[in-house]
Design a protein around this ligand. Structure first.
Ligand SMILES: [Zn+2]
Length: 106
């Protein structure tokens, strides 16, 4: 998975199309992600004690990664994620993610 928790994505299909939000959870097995405020499902929580009110809790449901596009916070555009090998100060090589549009590390 090229995207990870905390990344900002743009929703490109479905009822939340056009929304821009943060990834709350990544489900690599299902190729799905949970995005803040997207694919909201209402869950009814029944009262536990008498006199207590039942509640409706809104939780975001998982959506497929093909329904989103990575959104680069550096250039402010929806983009694709690329990789680059970076040489660290200690001469160790590390793989970093870059924005395919502006080339900046993300
Ligand atoms: Zn960018």
């Amino acid at each position: 998975m090229k995207i990870k928790k905390g990344d900002t994505v743009l929703i490109i299909s479905g009822k939340d199309k056009g929304k821009k939000s943060k990834i709350l959870e990544v489900l690599p097995k299902e190729q799905k992600i949970v995005v803040e405020g997207v694919n909201i499902r209402k869950k009814h929580i029944r009262q536990r004690k008498t006199g207590e009110k039942g509640q409706i809790v809104e939780t975001p449901g998982p959506i497929h990664i093909s329904d989103v596009k990575f959104f680069c916070s550096k250039c402010g555009k929806p983009t694709r994620v690329g990789y680059k090998i970076k040489l660290e100060k200690n001469k160790q090589k590390s793989k970093v993610r870059i924005c395919k549009k502006c080339g900046q590390e993300i």
